[in-house]
Ligand binder design. Structure first.
Ligand SMILES: NC(=O)c1ccc[n+]([C@@H]2O[C@H](COP(=O)([O-])OP(=O)(O)OC[C@H]3O[C@@H](n4cnc5c(N)ncnc54)[C@H](OP(=O)(O)O)[C@@H]3O)[C@@H](O)[C@H]2O)c1
Length: 236
């Protein structure tokens, strides 16, 4: 039996990642502060851990690893949600917690190695007005952390990659200005992101590490000035 840990596996995207990885078998452990409203599946267990408490996190992850069997996959989707200092809390929840979890878990991957996927954002390299500075800095740090650990853990057979979603709708995507501007003419769904994560966790990705797989229908390929012109009907 193999073991997958999904941090933030109860959220909008995380729930679908959990469903897809659970369907491929083995034990799945989900870390989130609160109980999921509905069952995540028969072989999925929930660990109520607040990753902001870095000491409790280290112990909690060690307990999960000890009871869950040899590690195969680690997926990190958590981001800061709630009240308080968004700068300090985003850096703790996204960056410090990710480092602690990767270092605690990497010692427990079975001989054949495994996969770590960090869910990132285009805010790692572009500016999204609706997100605070801490979110941008945290996502940029995660991209570089991915590259660092890909090099450091590669000799152990552990691959480390990022998945970068664009705007994600909850279900069947309705049409919107963002969908209309996207080359593939729709918003992403949680299933699109979960599919990319599952690919990076699979043997089909066995020689891919340190990469950032952007799953945004091509929107971030477009030159911003062209986008503005197309929206305002201005001539170039
Ligand atoms: N949604 C999008 O359109 C979009 C676009 C680009 C990138 N992304 C990225 O994709 C990832 C998932 O996004 P999402 O929209 O699915 O997020 P979400 O619905 O807000 O889910 C966040 C998850 O993180 C957990 N979490 C938050 N704070 C935590 C803490 N202190 N300790 C432990 N767990 C904590 C939440 O569970 P609890 O609340 O129970 O703790 C939940 O499971 C994020 O990294 C986000 O930056 C999303």
């Amino acid at each position: 039996m193999t073991h997958s840990i999904i941090v933030g596996g109860t959220g909008k995207i995380g729930r679908e990642v959990t469903r897809v990885l659970a369907a491929s078998g083995g034990t799945v452990s989900v870390i989130a502060r609160f109980e999921p409203g509905e069952s995540l599946g028969p072989d999925v267990r929930h660990a109520a851990i607040d990753v902001r408490d870095l000491e409790a996190l280290e112990t909690g992850v060690a307990d999960l690893v000890a009871s869950g069997g040899p590690m195969r996959n680690l997926v990190l989707l958590q981001r800061f949600r709630g009240e308080g200092d968004a700068w300090e809390r985003e850096l703790t929840v996204s960056v410090a917690a990710t480092k602690i979890i990767i270092e605690a878990v990497s010692r427990a991957f079975e001989g054949g190695g495994g996969s770590i996927v960090i869910v990132c954002s285009n805010a790692s390299r572009m500016v999204a007005e609706e997100q605070p500075v801490g979110y941008h800095v945290a996502k940029a740090a995660l991209r570089q952390m991915c590259r660092y650990y890909a090099a450091a853990l590669g000799p152990l057979g552990i691959r480390v990659n990022c998945v970068t979603p664009g705007a994600v709708s909850k279900g069947a995507s309705g049409q919107s200005a963002v969908a209309d501007a996207t080359p593939l003419r729709r918003l992403g769904t949680p299933g699109d992101i979960a599919g990319a994560v599952a690919f990076l966790c699979s043997d089909d990705a066995s020689f891919i590490t340190g990469q950032d797989l952007v799953v945004d229908g091509g929107l971030s390929l477009l030159w911003q000035e062209s986008l503005v012109r197309s929206l305002t009907q201005e001539d170039g």
